[in-house]
Design a protein around this ligand. Sequence first.
Ligand code: SF4
Length: 70
Amino acid sequence: MNKLELDWTRCDGHGLCGTLLPDEVWLDEWGFPVIRNREITPGERANARRAVLACPALALRLTRSVKGDS
Ligand code: SF4
């Protein structure tokens, strides 16, 4: 299962992730991302990877866990 995670200690609120992944990320009133906490489907993975690579603060990552992990 793939999920998008955000490192708040790095995020500068550029908002690029919200532009690249509008179905996964909303921007709050200050331009900081609110990430939808759900699985990234195989069809969404390429766009999610693109957003991770495009983040200028290296604050996003795509994690992978085995089903049943806590
Ligand atoms: S692109 Fe990166 S730095 Fe910009 S809002 Fe998204 S996570 Fe934060």
